[in-house]
Design a binder for this molecule. Sequence first.
Ligand code: FBP
Length: 568
Amino acid sequence: MSTLSDQLVKMEKHNSIFESAVRALPLPVCPAFGAASQPQAVTFASTERVLSTKDSDSVAKSFPNSVQASGNVVLASSGTNLKAAQGKRVAVLFSGGPAAGGHNVVVGLKRALGAGNTLFGVKPGPKGLIKGNLFEITDADIESVVNTGGFDFLGTDRTKIKTDAQFNQVKETCVKHNLDAIVVIGGDDSNTNAAVLAEYLFKGVKADGSGVQVIGVPKTIDGDLQIGDLLPISFGFDTATKIYGEMVGNILQDTRSSLKYWHFIKLMGRSASHVTIEVALQTKPAVTIISEEVAEKKQSLASIVDQIAQAVIGRSAKGINHGVVLVPEGLIEFIPEMNVLIAELNDVLAHHADAFASEADADKTAFVMSKLTPANATLLASLPAYVVRMLLAERDSHGNLQVSLIPTEQLLVDMVKARVKEINSTIPFGAHCHFLGYEGRCGAPTLFDAAYTYNLGLTAGSLILDGRTGYMATVTDLDKGGVPRAIPLTGLLNIERRHGKDEFVIEKALVKMDSPAMQYFVSRRADWAADDLFCSPGPRQLWGDVAKQMPISVALNSGAGSLVFSIG
Ligand code: FBP
């Protein structure tokens, strides 16, 4: 008989009671894949849906092979693949921020490929592909990572494959490892990169003149990779928002218990406010700011502050001196005057990178100000040093401002405090700040994300065995059992001006003002501000009926009749 301390040692390295139990959680499969105990790869056939964007003509010129092959036609599963290819060598990588369920994509992929094909993991992310850092994924690996959160099995990074030298290195990796296919699990930028890679590797990679297939898988907790009914949500969103929902629910419960604090909670989501609106729908706090609405109404920073201050004052008049304010991570870029400032800062930092780097830290702000228009220099000077420092911080490799580092929640607390005092100095206003971000990205996937990602992996593997390239795997009809489909990546590409250059990109899906989720939120928010109507969604569940919930915003936007999802 083992002692308790022996048992505790055995729990190390991802073997807690929970992690061991979660690995045994059965995963349902879409009916197309057959029995859950032994899912089969499927074939695909064209549907009647052809995708296009305003820039489809330019896309066709720059991606001739991919567009000619797919015709930008959406595919749907058409039957079991009885003649599935054998001997294929497939590499898989994570790209961008982690999102719960990534490991199950790899599990689904491996199971679709079966014993007749070889799956390699790339470590870490696109950088690992450039360097040729691959290893063979075994069945034992799969058993150990199934249903676990995080991307730690392969690691991830944000390298954008963009230079000729990098493309050549990727080609060398393909040749060296004799690869037939690459699966890129990533967000909008990473799937754009997958489209570019698919075209680049379309033919002429191997000695016989053939190419390497590239398939994308839609990941991001931000939820900004959405394509109507073809892709109602990216994976990771459900887990992240349920984790944040639980934490916000707990904080709301504390506000009504301790009766003296306002909590300003910034929620991750680089640009879009999908995470914020979902958490608001789950918890019903007093105030929720939606970045897209701020932009649409051209709200200034001062008017957002005033809006929150009025809620503080209105509740105080009823004796409620507490509440929660949800703030989307990307808010700062949606406030018109800040957006203009950030755009000019991006240009200045890009054009004077060397000179900026050689300035002493204490002189950097003055250096940048000397290059800005007077209006932007004045605005920058009016911001607290803790915000300025982050506005001048290094951009990521896609050239994006790292908004997660900007303490918008603290800025709002400081400004709301001053505004409330200005209006009525007798109103008590105690405030705390939180940033919920990294906590939500790597938790064990919810049942929704676990099942969704497993089926996305089965779909990606099936697409490879069906000889397809340049598609993003998707699973639709999530309240009706699930249907594996494939979206032609070139059908999603638009031209956007980024950092002074025209680039092909998959457009970020922002919260739409006329979406059912936004309209429902707008119809309820005045009541939530006026009184404590919050609710607590509680911890995410993996067993039992409570586990079978899809995100509220996804259910509303897709016209579902209830919150219950159905895969399998
Ligand atoms: P992806 O779009 O790559 O999935 O990343 C999303 C995200 O989680 C954002 O919400 C956040 O702004 C960013 O990653 C933080 O990135 P990092 O891990 O580099 O700090």
